[in-house]
Design a protein around this ligand. Sequence first.
Ligand code: ING
Length: 311
Amino acid sequence: MDSNRTLGLAVAQMGPVNLADSRKAVVGRLIEMLREAKSRGSEVVVFPELALTTFFPRYWMEDAEEIDRYFEKAMPNPDVQPLFDEARKLSMSFYLGYAELTPEGHRFNTSILVDKTGGIIGKYRKIHLPGHSDHKLDAPFQHLEKKYFEVGDLGFRAFDMDGTRFGMCLCNDRRWPETYRVLSLQTAEVVVLGYNTPSINIHWNEPVHLRTSTHLISLQANAYQNALWVAAAGKCGSEDGFHMIGSSVIVAPTGEIVARTLSEDDEVISVKADLRIGENFRQHVFNFAKHRSPEHYRLIVDRVGAGEPLV
Ligand code: ING
């Protein structure tokens, strides 16, 4: 990042990853987009959630060995090492989402922040797990994140990388204001995230356009309300016939979309993000120290579900 605090920020949206696609082939696609981002002067690239495999929580599986095929037992590992090597060669940092199987046998929907020397400087494990853990026999597909993953145990944390403070989250987290507020209370300036969002809602007959509109308003509102740049990378298109939305975007602290993908394929979008824009909002409209009254917000922490009005 140069002295006047602009950051070359890129999002690498992925098209479908089908069951038949090898990690080797997928990593090759990620490397291609890394190079494209570099050619545009980007310094950091955001890849999607569960970027290395198809969105496997759509399938009911019971065999542990079959399930574990979708998880990374180490990071980096031989499959993804070429991505780490190329990023270091190009002096690029990146965010990558993947399914993590820890040595102790815990399974998380995870993302990492890797700096331009190839070092993992931050890890996040998804906290808001949507969907269900039971087999919905009547549904066109499953959404089994509550079956295959544990709730993340690392919290929402901000990480300093090359003079910029980054926050990370994953997919459904982006719909919850708490995600961004906890990060912006740690003075995050940029929140990076990946997502895999099915077009069809298996719980009720939701108009398909709402999948994109709710995705965008969640990002835009929270970018503005927390004076954040938000970069969101989707994995999209039809994976073995199951469609997921695209509309990967980069949103400014004004809440405005400054870059948006047009396709449902591998596509890079990039901006020179002026980090000073957030400063104006943090000094005035959203000067937390000056304007917030946490003593009146207690319910947000004390209650899980909604309850009776306060007396
Ligand atoms: N996917 C979806 C998401 O939050 C979803 C699930 C979609 C939940 C729409 C609620 C509404 O974008 C993941 N992987 O979280």
